[in-house]
Write a protein that binds this ligand. Sequence first.
Ligand code: CA
Ligand code: CA
Length: 226
Amino acid sequence: MMSCFGAMADVALGQTGACCPAPCGQDGCVIVTEQECNDMDGTYLGDGSTCDECPQPANIPDPGRCIVNPADAMSGLFACPDGPTPIVASVIEVFVRDNCDFPMQNAAVFIELTDANNLCGGAVLSGTADQNGRVELVLSAGGCSHEQSLSGVIKANGLTIRNYANAKSPDSDGNGVVELTDLIAFSNEFLDVDPSVCHDYDNDGNTGLSDLVLFSPAFLGRSHCP
Ligand SMILES: [Ca+2]
Ligand SMILES: [Ca+2]
């Protein structure tokens, strides 16, 4: 009698187990029967399993869900010496999100430029994501990289989430200040004397008004490496 009761109890205890939520599910693990777990599209770990055994989210950034402002809209990075104040488009905003489209707090973000861009001391090229997965970087630099793979690479937790072919600056000669020589170079592109290359900041194939809007404050404010 005792052993029979014990056996029945074992069967009853063995009928439930940990039901882990789908990878992108909102609900946490519950202890239910296999059938109940299947009904809620969870992953049943087996009779008698515990919620501690549920796999942890991968915590890997999903490049397609990450956002980089304004570089994504410009098909490239816009840099500018940050003195006296950073030009707006040179302040890069990165939102790191995982494959469930959740913000990745504490993600380590790093941006790499090539030797074609001369960095100023005020450049902020790395940061840690806040609770919204957001990192703000300051691309304080001159120089020009046009249509070269790996011109600007952004990594989050070591994974490449962006590879821009363009990284350009009003300080196109990279001497650390936006001055007359840069204005002449800009004008020659604007007036089609030279092909639209280093001053076509939004990479639409033409150095035009949308680029002038970015160049003007840098020239008038005499942007320079502090
Ligand atoms: Ca210059
Ligand atoms: Ca343009």
